[in-house]
Design a protein around this ligand. Structure first.
Ligand SMILES: Nc1ncnc2c1ncn2[C@@H]1O[C@H](COP(=O)(O)OP(=O)(O)OP(=O)(O)O)[C@@H](O)[C@H]1O
Length: 236
């Protein structure tokens, strides 16, 4: 198992948000985290990436505990987080954003090379065209692409992607889902939080349904039956 959460609890102050999450992500998987607003999906992702430390339980990556590691170090181990709010660095061009991504947490020696940057531009031609434009002046969809590209620049071995399509136009949404599908086919395991369950579930191989900080259902979403079970449970 590449990533494993064992009985993870997370608090924000006195607020007990995650209440014993068990979750596993294997090689080649796209794991969907679904559930209503505020149930703790983002907190699961932030806990994995070390942005909020778990108060109890373990997060294991490649069998090793991440306990006590700062987010930078977790990133360097190979876990890349694309946060919901994208966090494009203001005052920096597209290329400078990507170079920072290469430097911030190079997970592999491939990162931080010119060749790797060229590969990223091949994958994201629109970013190549706009490489000298300020990152924050890109459209919402382009900023989301940049946020993903910047994390890819660190050559992660596992990707956590939080609500990538929120507030974006349908065409861009399709492009983003196609991109995520492509990354998965290239062998990067992905944990995806997405409100657009109908669309997202077609990409995921397995899912966890979360309610009030707990996993209340999980299953296979690689076939019609599994997907139908999830959708009926969510009644969407
Ligand atoms: N920094 C914080 N401080 C205090 N409480 C927080 C903080 N971040 C999140 N929470 C609370 O933790 C709970 C879970 O939030 P979280 O963002 O993980 O949920 P979510 O399922 O991702 O929801 P959404 O889909 O709306 O993003 C919510 O009640 C939220 O208000």
């Amino acid at each position: 198992m590449m990533l494993e959460l064992k009985g993870v609890h997370t608090h924000y102050g006195l607020s007990h948000v995650l209440q014993g999450i068990d979750l596993r992500v294997g090689k080649g998987e796209v794991v969907g985290l679904f559930g209503r607003n505020g149930v703790g999906k983002t907190t699961v992702i932030k806990t994995i990436a070390g942005w909020v430390p778990p108060s109890r339980g373990e997060v294991l990556f490649d069998g090793e505990s991440l306990r006590g590691l700062a987010p930078d170090w977790i990133c360097r181990r190979g876990i890349g987080l694309v946060p919901e709010d994208r966090r494009i660095f203001p005052g920096l061009t597209v290329e400078e954003n990507l170079r920072l991504g290469q430097m911030q947490c190079p997970a592999r020696s491939r990162a931080a090379s010119r060749a790797q940057l060229d590969e990223i531009y091949q994958r994201f031609p629109r970013l190549a065209e706009r490489r000298r434009q300020m990152g924050t002046t890109l459209s919402g969809g382009e900023q989301q692409m940049l946020a993903i590209a910047r994390v890819l620049a660190g050559a992660p071995r596992l990707l956590l992607i939080d609500e990538p399509t929120e507030g974006l136009a349908p065409m861009i949404v399709e492009e983003l889902f196609a991109l995520i599908g492509q990354l998965a086919r290239e062998g990067i395991p992905i944990v995806l939080v997405e409100q657009n369950v109908h669309r997202a579930v077609r990409l995921t191989t397995r899912y966890y349904l979360i309610e009030r900080g707990q996993v209340v259902a999980q299953g296979d979403s690689s076939n019609d039956e599994g997907r139908a079970a999830l959708l009926s449970r969510l009644s969407v």
